[in-house]
Design a protein around this ligand. Structure first.
Ligand code: SF4
Ligand code: SF4
Length: 184
C-alpha cells in the first residue's frame, strides 16, 4: 500500500524473552504495587455510615420550619415554587379552619407541599425567595433510594419534627425564631 505521508513508521513486533514468556516478573511487579497500596491510608470512606465534613455553605435536603409554638410557618404563597429554576416544588394551598391555629401560623397553609429531589439542584433560591423564613436547606443529604417515587418528598418528610430539630440557625435571619419577632 502506498504511504499517505513520509511520517509512517513500520512497527516491528519484538520477540518476548524466555523470562517475559513466564509472566512471573510482571505478576510479581503487580503484587508489589498492590501490597504497596495495601498498607497506605485509604482515601475512600464507608459512606453512608461515615461522611466527610461539609463546607459551612453546603445545601442539602429541605426543611419546612415550625415557629416557636410549633405551628407551620409556610403560608403557601407559592414564591418558592415560582423562584425554583428546576420546577421541583408543587403545592396546594388551603384555608385554616377554626381550632387549627396551633397547627398553622396564618389563615392560609400548604395542604400539599412536595419537592422532587431528583429535579432539585439545591441552588437555595426557594430559601431566598421565602418571605416567611419557612423553608431552609439543611446540612443533611438526600439518601439514595431504589424507587424514583421515593425521591418525591411530601410534608411528612419536609416539615420539621419537634423531636428532631436540625440546626439551621446560621442560615436564618437573626431573631426570626424568637417570640419577640412573631411576624417575621
Ligand atoms: S433548592 Fe433550588 S432547585 Fe431545589 S427546590 Fe429550591 S429552588 Fe428548586
Ligand atoms: S415555603 Fe415560603 S415561599 Fe414557599 S410557599 Fe411557604 S411561605 Fe411561601
Amino acid at each position: 500500500m502506498e504511504a499517505l505521508s513520509n511520517r509512517s513508521v513500520q512497527v516491528k513486533k519484538r520477540k518476548m524473552t524466555f523470562v517475559e514468556k513466564l509472566y512471573l516478573p510482571a505478576i510479581l511487579n503487580g503484587l508489589r504495587i498492590t501490597m504497596k497500596h495495601f498498607f497506605k491510608k485509604t482515601v475512600t470512606i464507608r459512606y453512608p455510615e461515615k461522611t466527610r465534613p461539609f463546607a459551612p455553605v453546603f445545601r442539602g435536603k429541605h426543611i419546612l420550619k415550625l415557629d416557636d409554638k410549633g405551628a407551620e410557618r409556610c403560608t403557601a404563597c407559592g414564591l418558592c415554587a415560582v423562584a425554583c429554576p428546576a420546577e421541583a416544588i408543587t403545592m396546594v394551598a388551603a384555608e385554616r379552619k377554626p381550632g387549627e391555629e396551633n397547627l398553622y401560623r396564618e389563615e392560609k397553609y400548604a395542604e400539599v407541599y412536595d419537592i422532587n429531589m431528583l429535579r432539585c439542584i439545591f441552588c437555595g433560591l426557594c430559601e431566598e425567595a421565602c418571605p416567611k423564613e419557612a423553608i431552609f436547606l439543611t446540612p443533611e443529604t438526600v439518601p439514595a433510594m431504589y424507587n424514583r417515587k421515593d425521591f418525591i418528598y411530601h410534608k411528612d418528610r419536609l416539615v420539621e419534627k419537634k423531636d428532631h430539630s436540625i440546626d439551621i440557625t446560621k442560615r436564618q435571619t437573626p431573631g426570626t425564631t424568637h417570640p419577640t419577632n412573631p411576624t417575621a
